[in-house]
Design a protein around this ligand. Sequence first.
Ligand SMILES: *[C@@H]1O[C@H](CO)[C@@H](O)[C@H](O)[C@H]1NC(C)=O
Ligand SMILES: *[C@@H]1O[C@H](CO)[C@@H](O)[C@H](O)[C@H]1NC(C)=O
Ligand SMILES: *[C@@H]1O[C@H](CO)[C@@H](O)[C@H](O)[C@H]1NC(C)=O
Ligand SMILES: *[C@@H]1O[C@H](CO)[C@@H](O)[C@H](O)[C@H]1NC(C)=O
Ligand SMILES: *[C@@H]1O[C@H](CO)[C@@H](O)[C@H](O)[C@H]1NC(C)=O
Ligand SMILES: *[C@@H]1O[C@H](CO)[C@@H](O)[C@H](O)[C@H]1NC(C)=O
Ligand SMILES: *[C@@H]1O[C@H](CO)[C@@H](O)[C@H](O)[C@H]1NC(C)=O
Ligand SMILES: *[C@@H]1O[C@H](CO)[C@@H](O)[C@H](O)[C@H]1NC(C)=O
Ligand SMILES: *[C@@H]1O[C@H](CO)[C@@H](O)[C@H](O)[C@H]1NC(C)=O
Ligand SMILES: *[C@@H]1O[C@H](CO)[C@@H](O)[C@H](O)[C@H]1NC(C)=O
Ligand SMILES: *[C@@H]1O[C@H](CO)[C@@H](O)[C@H](O)[C@H]1NC(C)=O
Length: 858
Amino acid sequence: MGCVKLLFFMLYTVLCQLAFSSSLCPKDQALSLLQFKHMFTINPDASYDCEFSHPKTRSWKKSMDCCSWNGVHCDKTTGQVIELDLRCSELQGKFHSNSSLFQLFNLKRLDLSYNDFTGSLISPKFGEFSSLTHLDLSHSNFTGLIPSEISHLSKLHVLCIWNPSGGLYDLSLSLGPYNFELLLQNLTQLRELALYGVNISSTIPSNFSSHLTTLELSDTHLHGVLPERIFHLSNLKTLDLSYNHKLTVRFPITKWNSSASLMYLYLYHVNITGRIPESFTHLTSLHDLDMGYSNLSGPIPKSLWNLTHVEWLSLSYNHLEGPISQFSRFGKLRELYLGYNNFAGRLEFLSFNRNWTQLEALYFSSNYLTGPIPTNVSGLQNLLWLELSSNHLNGTIPSWIFSLSSLTYLDLSDNHLGGKIQEFKSNTLSHVDLRQNQLQGPLPNSLLNQPLLTYLLLSHNNISGQIASTICNLKTLIALDLGSNNLEGTIPKCLVEMNEYLWNLNLSNNNPSGTINTNFSLENYFRVIRLHGNKLTGKVPRSLINCKSLTLLDLGNNQLNDTFPNWLGNLPDLQILSLRSNKFHGPIKSSGNTNFFARLQILDISSNGFSGNLPISLFGNLQAMKKIDESTRTPEYVSDQFAGYYDYLTTITTKGQDYDSVRILDSNMIINLSKNRFKGHIPNIIGDLVGLRTLNLSHNVLEGHIPASLQNLSVLESLDLSSNKISGEIPQQLVSLTSLEVLNLSHNHLVGCIPKGKQFDTFENSSYQGNDGLRGLPLSKHCVSDDQATTPAELDQEEDSPMISWQAVLMGYGCGLVIGLSIIYIMLSTQYPIWFLRLVVQLEHRITTRMKRHKKRY
Ligand SMILES: *[C@@H]1O[C@H](CO)[C@@H](O)[C@H](O)[C@H]1NC(C)=O
Ligand SMILES: *[C@@H]1O[C@H](CO)[C@@H](O)[C@H](O)[C@H]1NC(C)=O
Ligand SMILES: *[C@@H]1O[C@H](CO)[C@@H](O)[C@H](O)[C@H]1NC(C)=O
Ligand SMILES: *[C@@H]1O[C@H](CO)[C@@H](O)[C@H](O)[C@H]1NC(C)=O
Ligand SMILES: *[C@@H]1O[C@H](CO)[C@@H](O)[C@H](O)[C@H]1NC(C)=O
Ligand SMILES: *[C@@H]1O[C@H](CO)[C@@H](O)[C@H](O)[C@H]1NC(C)=O
Ligand SMILES: *[C@@H]1O[C@H](CO)[C@@H](O)[C@H](O)[C@H]1NC(C)=O
Ligand SMILES: *[C@@H]1O[C@H](CO)[C@@H](O)[C@H](O)[C@H]1NC(C)=O
Ligand SMILES: *[C@@H]1O[C@H](CO)[C@@H](O)[C@H](O)[C@H]1NC(C)=O
Ligand SMILES: *[C@@H]1O[C@H](CO)[C@@H](O)[C@H](O)[C@H]1NC(C)=O
Ligand SMILES: *[C@@H]1O[C@H](CO)[C@@H](O)[C@H](O)[C@H]1NC(C)=O
């Protein structure tokens, strides 16, 4: 009897276990999941940022218990679906408010991160998952306002909503200030909050969950004063408030309650005020510290020296000073970023430093380092990333650098380094920048056989030898800059035929000769081609028509003998074309096709043998020049351009680092047709090119009158019509050109009175000399009658009136020229001003730190 009972009992428990362990999921929930699955397509690109992505929903089959589906977890006792983990699942499509997912009321964890729901808003229905403890909608391209209903989720422990940020001002998600307060106050169980890149635009309330371990709010437009309470959260591990430059941070003087727990403190570009207090010394767990771009100055704050256990330290973009040898105290460093400060001294300490054997990244750019890089360094074997650019280092590049076996990123540009480039031991180089030094000798073979090299930048050195076709082995190159060296030979045919990614090619100012005997392949990404200042002969290769993305083509200062390559007008993005100082000849015939040269902003074909009339139909085509960018009328336009520039930069930084912008020239419109043999009249149509800032038609054989239509060029800064045969009077209307800073009408046959007023009161004699018939100020010949028939009495009066100081007028009327010139300088040279570099490096910092942090999250 007892045995039967026992048997029954055993059978019962086995059956129970069977039932529970298989936990058949409710039919309606399986159906909801299947409906959800069918709303999306599978596309690996949707999870491009994942190390491993997998289309989990593929395994979802009606025939199987949904609790066994990939990414689905059910409650062991009730069988309800309580967890859905679709991170990195390659889902693509719109996520609608009517999604069947919202029927899974019992979800406790929901992870939809690293998919692509482009164009989807975050539905208020997310607020109905009242049991949720984890919600992750990051990196999935949700956009718009985060609904206030999220704050109903009062059991949440983890909330992550963010997108990988494009530009600095690209905030695709937002959270109203009120909702932020609501969220922080109602989610009393919150442990982790990650909202970076979300436009919050708020202060941080001081009463939030005391359980917080992770607060990631970088780039969220926070302002006001950071509540001190945050530092006293005794479980806080990660605090990231970077890129909130209006957020004022004052550290507590007394020991923080988070001192023992805090591991990651990121305060890049926030408003740190007051001293770095003693209380810092208690941060015994600190692993990463970023206080870059935070207005720190003077010697390193004392308390930082106690943090010798730190592994990742960034103090870049401050005004810190002192010898750098002191940093070898930090014996656990993996990455050290000290660029853009005032650190001085020599790198000698590296030679006896055994403390940095774990160091992977060393960034000392733009400081005041002097002397040679020491030769006997052995403690840095693990270096991957070495940047010492823009210092005053001299001597040769020591062998140990070439021997680093894992080196991937090397930037020693803008120093005084000489000697040869030796063979590299590493075969993982991706970025090599040695520009602006005094390096000699040929390119080493090892450099030309790197399987991963994307940037090879060696311009402004004395590198010699042939441009060998072995350079075509570099199949991953994005930018090749060998400008201003002593390279010889011909341009290797294979260079443009084989390379798949090459985006920027600069071989300017070398000695290659011969024809540009290459065939640009149909599929190419060239944006910038600079072959300026060589000895190239022959014609412009017709295959350039395949470079559909070309924005800049500089073939100036060669010996090309061709007619005007009007067919280049087919390149839809061409913005800058220079053919100056060659042997181009013949009349310029242009097609009536209004899309031709539609984006051209700079046309320089000066110093050639072009003849015939000025190209009226070409002028008619230049659509980009027929507009004035209103935002650039004011002197602040450089900062306006930063915004646009960021966008441009980031679109290409996805492939790596950009260093050569074209977009920045948005407002610079230049036509230079000087030193040719153009004849005939200046056509009225030039007055349509209202965006022009520089017009140079000098040294031709133009005749006829100056067209009054030039008065429409309201942003013109420089007008040069000198050394022609132009006759008639200077149109009075030109007085309206209030931006004009440079005027040269000399050596023509102009007559009559020089107009008076505004900018015309600032030009000097040299603007007019060599015109026998011109009279009036500033020439010594008095103007007897101008076109308003001034009486001699009136004239005397005018002459007696005090001259306006020309500097004052310049300040008043002209604003753009200097700025414009400096920007052109950036474009046409390879030396970039500091603000530009800062911009690039800042962006790089942003991207690399972001990437790192994302990696950490895995
Ligand atoms: C959900 O709504 C979208 C548009 O709002 C519609 O296209 C779609 O058919 C709807 N789906 C279901 C299952 O109702
Ligand atoms: C995100 O959306 C933007 C457009 O809104 C799109 O250009 C981009 O490719 C999308 N990103 C991903 C990862 O799908
Ligand atoms: C705060 O959470 C509670 C549940 O704990 C909820 O009833 C209430 O609506 C939430 N308040 C707001 C403003 O979201
Ligand atoms: C936070 O403070 C506000 C007033 O500043 C108060 O209304 C709210 O109830 C507080 N919330 C919590 C969770 O303490
Ligand atoms: C951010 O949000 C605030 C108000 O919520 C708004 O004024 C501002 O324009 C937004 N900024 C951006 C860049 O979207
Ligand atoms: C930075 O903080 C100081 C001192 O609190 C304040 O005067 C200044 O206005 C703040 N700057 C910004 C940009 O918020
Ligand atoms: C810091 O911790 C101590 C002891 O746990 C506690 O009494 C104090 O209130 C905490 N300070 C803050 C500001 O939370
Ligand atoms: C910080 O370092 C100084 C000098 O090395 C030492 O005297 C002091 O005790 C240290 N402070 C802490 C909290 O470790
Ligand atoms: C190396 O690190 C240790 C411990 O941090 C320190 O005492 C020593 O001075 C360091 N060595 C150098 C050369 O800075
Ligand atoms: C390097 O520069 C220092 C001055 O900083 C100078 O004394 C030294 O002679 C230079 N060495 C070489 C090799 O040019
Ligand atoms: C250009 O080439 C033609 C022949 O193709 C030749 O007759 C002419 O002299 C050349 N012009 C110059 C300036 O070299």
